[in-house]
Ligand binder design. Structure first.
Ligand code: WTA
Length: 678
């Protein structure tokens, strides 16, 4: 059911967010970095003309283009009979209709014939000495055993399984085991707290949870099973909990529900026939934050998603046969789904999975991993780059990074300074930098350079991937803006692509309302954008109440609801502000309940409430206690004003007319308070 407070997300461009992004881009020049590196001529798409030709074909004759690609990149049990259907008005999108395939077969079995002994997964744990290499054949055996175990527990096609695991190979086995039998997985990032897990498990009616005893990051142990024990008490649908041993740490074991995964897998036959699934059967649910209400469970389906993940992985990273490809994201986010698991494995690649953090045990960790494993493509987020830029360059200079060819960035706009550092110190000015713009909803990259083919400009995601038709719309009127020179507005896409999420789990109306209704006929991304005279896209950040904090996407509404869940908070308003390392920081304004004081203790109660309910990564950077908030006379919080205060855009001209507020005197008070912290 749609919530009352859910509004069509078609407001004016959020000027503060735009300014933040513009400030980041301020020192960007229009310098074009042509891809004159030594690898260009060997790239899969070696020239801009090759790109243009393929792109044109993908938009002029889309069905023909995708028909060929689907046959080339995927193995089918039954061929599809129609390439595409549906549009953004009805939201009835479908691809490769009536085709039957299996995603785990495409990611594992089909590589066995020629590459049985090829390394499929390289894993590094938190400690650099914890290295594991898993061949395609070993992966196959594990996936089959786990799939059979799921079947033996009564899990069948269409059932939902929650995965709450550290970033280790078992997370990959679990996803593929679900895919093998047609169960729908819902991976919940292992940094999420209690309330966030419960709401996700309940929303999807999960019958089973796969977890581990503990995770380890940056030398710290994270209890996972303990959290799931609490979750299970509140979620009646959960019949079993499969527990993997990661650290061997103590866990409470409930013999009625809990099962030691490794032991039980050994009893299972290592052959499990892959279910023949329809192209449009759901593959997974992944929750993501929006401007209002609960996170949305976006549903991705089998064939279109897999094809799009595989193709973008191949062309954007210029993936070639003997490459060692590394994405250091977490499988709990879409980047991990598409670019640690599904894209690379569909392409038969060696994929890397890392459980630790960029600075543990030293800030050379990433660079040492690249040298150790001879990594050829490396994919991370601007926040990690910015945090590593702060250390002396000797940390990166001492590693041999000669094997690298492509460096990727994802999750937020990359400021040109970080882009240049990445290019100079990591890429040694001979690699291609791919600043990939996309979303949980898009399944794979939307706007991105292609190594060898698309010259780059620091800070720009450059040009659309095959089949993507971006449009810049006037945020108010929805008119398409198309100036020859610079065009600025909100970013929409005018035609469905295979990787787009098909619905919000159990709430198609919410899907339509969020993405299709704001600008009829278009998919609305929620981002502001600028296009320059060369047709290059510069993403300016969210125009709604979503913030990107250290590459994590958060809805301010979720954080506010966590804060008011604390016994001392009466009302809360959360906004983002520009942050040197994290891109955006979290600023929370809170009104206390009677009897509570504005002191350190109260602030730490509030902060802990967010840490426990949403997760430590969502902990507010700054909490400002205030007697009131700027509201309209009808009682609506004026977030626009709070955002401006957070960005220090608080001169009378910048704030505009505040006389219509119920209590205008709170504005100067908040300006003074915020100045103390930011
Ligand atoms: C932002 C992450 C600028 C954007 C894959 C988008 C970016 C949101 C970029 C999606 C980029 C992602 N440049 N902004 N290269 N990549 N974003 O769903 O605001 O976690 O809407 O998916 O991240 O975040 P999500």
């Amino acid at each position: 059911m749609m919530k009352d407070d859910e509004m069509i997300n078609r407001g004016p461009v959020n000027i503060s967010t735009k300014k933040e992004a513009s400030a980041l881009l301020a020192n960007s020049s229009d310098t074009v970095f042509t891809q004159t590196n030594q690898f260009s001529s060997h790239c899969l798409i070696p020239t801009i003309d090759n790109y243009k030709q393929l792109y044109q074909a993908s938009v002029d004759t889309p069905d023909q283009f995708w028909d060929e690609q689907a046959k080339k990149h995927l193995d089918w049990f039954t061929p599809f009979t129609q390439v595409s259907t549906g549009n953004f008005i009805q939201g009835d999108i479908g691809w490769f209709l009536n085709g039957k395939l299996n995603v785990s077969y495409n990611c594992v079995d089909r590589h066995l014939k020629e590459n049985k002994d090829k390394i499929a997964i390289i894993y590094e744990g938190d400690k650099p000495s914890q290295i594991e290499k898993i061949t395609y054949y070993e992966l196959y055996l594990q996936v089959c055993r786990l799939a059979n175990l799921l079947l033996s527990l009564g899990i069948k096609k269409g059932d939902t399984v929650a995965i709450y695991l550290p970033n280790t190979p078992v997370a990959i086995y679990s996803m593929l085991a679900c895919a093998r039998i047609g169960a729908i997985h819902s991976v919940i990032f292992a940094g999420f707290g209690f309330e966030s897990i419960i709401s996700r498990v309940k929303d999807a009616n999960c019958r089973l949870i796969i977890t581990a005893d503990e995770g380890v990051r940056g030398g710290k142990t994270i209890p996972l099973k303990k959290k799931i024990d609490e979750v299970v008490c509140h979620c009646k649908t959960v019949e079993h909990v499969l527990v993997f041993k990661n650290t061997g740490g103590h866990v409470d074991f409930n013999p009625q529900k809990d099962i030691w995964a490794e032991e039980a897998m050994l009893e299972q036959r290592p052959y499990c026939p892959p279910e023949h699934l329809d192209s449009e059967d759901p593959l997974f649910i992944l929750y993501t934050s929006g401007s209002t209400g609960q996170p949305k469970g976006l549903v991705h389906t089998q064939a279109g998603y897999l094809l799009y993940a595989a193709m973008t992985h191949k062309y954007v990273f210029d993936y070639q046969n003997d490459d060692i490809y590394a994405c250091v994201a977490d499988v709990g986010w879409i980047t991990g789904h598409s670019y640690i698991v599904y894209g690379p494995l569909a392409n038969g690649a060696t994929t890397f999975i890392f459980e630790g953090t960029p600075t543990y045990p030293t800030p050379s960790r990433y660079w040492e991993m690249i040298e150790r494993h001879k990594i050829t493509q490396f994919y991370t987020a601007p926040t990690a780059i910015r945090s590593l830029m702060k250390f002396p360059t000797s940390f990166v200079e001492k590693s041999n990074l000669d094997t690298l060819r492509v460096l990727g960035s994802v999750g937020e706009p990359i400021n040109p300074e970080a882009w240049r550092w990445y290019n100079k110190f990591v890429g040694r000015e001979r690699c291609s930098i791919v600043d990939t713009y996309w979303q949980t909803e898009s399944g794979g990259h939307l706007i991105t350079p292609l190594p060898g083919a698309i010259p780059t400009k620091p800070g720009s995601a450059t040009l659309p991937f095959f089949g993507i038709i971006p449009k810049i719309l006037d945020p108010q009127t929805g008119q398409v803006l198309d100036n020859a020179d610079t065009t600025e507005g909100v970013l929409a896409i005018s035609r469905p692509w295979p990787g787009i999420a098909r619905t919000v789990y159990k709430s198609h109306s919410r899907y339509l309302l969020t993405y299709m209704k704001p600008y009829p006929g278009y998919y609305f991304t929620g981002d502001g954008v600028k296009r320059d005279k060369d047709g290059y896209y510069w993403i300016e950040g969210r125009v709604d109440d979503v913030i990107n904090v250290a590459g994590h996407r958060l809805g301010t509404a979720e954080l506010e609801s966590a804060l008011v869940g604390s016994y001392c908070c009466a009302e809360a308003a959360v906004v983002g502000y520009p942050h040197d390392v994290k891109g955006q920081g979290i600023l929370a304004f809170c009104i206390l309940k009677e009897g509570y004081e504005d002191d350190e203790n109260t602030v730490s109660i509030l902060r802990n409430e967010v840490r426990n309910t949403v997760g430590p990564f969502a902990s507010p950077d700054v909490i400002v206690i205030t007697p009131s908030l700027p509201k309209t006379r009808s009682g609506k919080i004026m977030r626009r004003i709070l955002r401006k205060i957070a960005c220090h855009e608080s001169s009378p001209e910048q704030l505009g007319d505040i006389s219509t507020l119920a209590e205008p005197e709170v504005v100067p008070l908040l300006i003074t308070k915020v100045l103390k912290y930011i």
